[in-house]
Design a binder for this molecule. Structure first.
Ligand SMILES: CCCCCCCCCC/C=C\CC(=O)SCCNC(=O)CCNC(=O)[C@H](O)C(C)(C)COP(=O)(O)OP(=O)(O)OC[C@H]1O[C@@H](n2cnc3c(N)ncnc32)[C@H](O)[C@@H]1OP(=O)(O)O
Length: 364
C-alpha cells in the first residue's frame, strides 16, 4: 500500500507523539507549529478557539497554524502528523514495533513511563521492584525526558514514582560497575554525570512538580529543593542518610535546605540523617502540602490539571523571574558538591557502607 492510501491508526499517532519527544535535534518553530496544528486538528477537529489577542504572539501563531487547516478531516490530519514526524525521524517506523505488554506511551524508555496530556508531562520512575532506585540508565533517561518536556507543549512537568516508593535514591549497584580505567575513572565520570543531571533540574524552564507517592531517599529528596511545588501522600517519608553511607549532600541541598528549613533543621537531615514524615517535611517548608493517601492521587491531579490551564507564557515567565537570580549560584554549589563527593566515593567509609548494603548486612 502506498502512503497516501494508508490510514494512520490511533496507535501510530500515539507512537508519533512519543517520537517527537525523542527527537535529538530541535525541528524549528515552523515544523513545531505544523505539528501543533495537525495534532489539534487530529484530536479536536476544525479550530474552534477564539483568536488570541495581537500581543499574545505565541498563541496567535499557534491559532493561525491550526485555523489554516480549515476543515481537514481528523483522519487526514492524523496521517499527515505521522508522516511529518516520520520525515523528521527515520527511525519512527522501526521503533513502532513495541514488545507486547510495553506501555506504548513510554516508548523509548526502559526505566520511566513518560506521558503527556491535559498540558501536563508526567515522568514516572518505573523500577518499582527496586523501589525506583536510580541506576545509570535512569539518570540518562530522566535528563532526556526533562529536555524533551522543556520543549513540548505542556505547561507543567510532574515527577512521580510507580509502586509503593517515590524513589530509594541512587542505585547502590552503580558502585559495582567498574570500567577498565579503574575506580578513579568511574568516580570522575560519575561526578560529571551527577553534575549534568542536577544541572537539568536547575535549568528546567517550566514549573516542576513532585508528586511524592511514597518514601523518598537520598538524591530523590535533595532534588526537591529545586522543584517549584512538592505534593506528598501522608505515607511519604524524606530521608537523606548521607553520613551513614560515608557520603555528603548533593542536589544543591547544602545550599537549598538551610535556606528552606533553617541551618539547624538542615543539619539534622543532611548530617545526622533524620528521617522526616510528610507532615514534618511540610512544616519545614520542603513539602508544599500533604494529602491523605486515600484521596492523594485524585486531589493532586485535579489541582495540577487546573494549574495546566493557566496561560503558558505567564507561567513560564513567572518561573524565570522567581528563579533566575539563583541559577548561577546553584550551578556553583552543584559543581562543588560533586567535587567533594568524588573524594567521598573513594573513601573507606563509603566503600564499607555500600558493601554492607550489597551483602545484605544493612538497610536504612
Ligand atoms: C563511584 C560510583 C558512584 C556512582 C554514583 C552515580 C551518581 C550518584 C549520585 C548520588 C549519590 C548519592 C545519593 C543517594 O541517593 S544516597 C541513598 C542511596 N539509597 C539507599 O541507601 C537505599 C538503600 N535501600 C534500602 O535501604 C532499602 O532497600 C529500602 C529503600 C529501605 C527499602 O527496604 P524494603 O525492605 O522495603 O525493600 P527491599 O527488599 O530492601 O527492596 C527491594 C529490592 O530493591 C533493592 N533496592 C532498593 N533500593 C535500592 C538502592 N537504592 N540501590 C540498589 N538496590 C536497591 C533491594 O536491594 C531489594 O533487592 P533484592 O530483592 O534484595 O534483590
Amino acid at each position: 500500500m502506498n502512503r497516501t492510501a494508508m490510514r494512520a491508526s490511533q496507535k501510530d499517532f500515539e507512537d508519533a507523539m512519543n517520537q517527537v519527544k525523542l527527537l535529538k535535534k530541535d525541528p524549528g518553530n515552523e515544523v513545531k507549529l505544523k505539528l501543533y496544528a495537525l495534532y489539534k486538528q487530529a484530536t479536536e477537529g476544525t479550530c474552534n478557539m477564539p483568536k488570541p489577542g495581537v500581543f499574545d504572539l505565541i498563541n496567535k501563531a499557534k491559532w493561525d497554524a491550526w485555523n489554516a487547516l480549515g476543515s481537514l478531516p481528523k483522519e487526514a490530519a492524523r496521517q499527515n502528523y505521522v508522516d511529518l514526524v516520520s520525515s523528521l525521524s527515520p527511525s519512527l517506523e522501526s521503533s513502532s514495533q513495541v514488545e507486547p505488554g510495553t506501555d506504548r506511551k513510554s516508548t523509548g524508555f526502559e526505566t520511566l513511563v513518560v506521558t503527556s496530556e491535559d498540558g501536563i508531562t508526567k515522568i514516572m520512575f518505573n523500577r518499582p521492584t527496586r523501589k525506583n532506585a536510580i541506576n545509570t540508565e535512569m539518570y540518562h533517561e530522566i535528563m532526556h525526558a526533562l529536555k524533551a518536556a522543556s520543549k513540548d507543549d505542556s505547561i507543567i512537568t510532574v515527577l512521580t514514582g510507580n509502586g509503593d516508593y517515590y524513589s530509594s535514591g541512587n542505585d547502590l549497584t552503580n558502585f559495582t560497575d567498574i570500567p577498565p580505567g579503574g575506580v578513579e575513572e568511574k568516580v570522575k565520570n560519575s561526578a560529571i554525570l551527577l553534575r549534568e543531571f542536577v544541572g537539568c533540574f536547575i535549568d528546567f524552564p517550566k514549573p516542576l512538580i513532585a508528586v511524592v507517592n511514597g518514601p523518598a531517599v537520598g538524591i530523590s529528596v535533595t532534588l526537591l529543593g529545586l522543584f517549584d511545588a512538592v505534593y506528598a501522600s501522608d505515607r511519604a517519608t524524606f530521608h537523606t542518610p548521607f553520613s551513614h553511607l560515608g557520603q555528603s549532600p548533593e542536589g544543591c541541598s547544602s545550599y537549598t535546605f538551610p535556606k528552606i528549613m533553617s541551618p539547624a533543621k538542615a543539619t539534622e537531615m543532611l548530617i545526622f540523617g533524620k528521617k522526616l514524615t510528610a507532615g514534618e517535611a511540610c512544616a519545614q517548608g520542603l513539602v508544599t502540602e500533604v494529602f491523605p493517601e486515600s484521596t492523594f492521587q485524585k486531589e493532586v491531579w485535579t489541582r495540577l490539571k487546573a494549574f495546566a490551564k493557566l496561560p503558558p507564557n505567564a507561567v513560564r515567565i513567572s518561573k524565570e523571574v522567581i528563579r533566575k537570580r539563583e541559577r548561577e549560584k546553584l550551578h556553583a554549589v552543584n559543581a562543588e558538591e560533586c567535587s567533594v563527593l568524588q573524594g567521598r566515593w573513594l573513601s573507606d567509609e563509603c566503600t564499607n557502607a555500600v558493601v554492607n548494603f550489597l551483602s545484605r548486612k544493612s538497610k536504612l
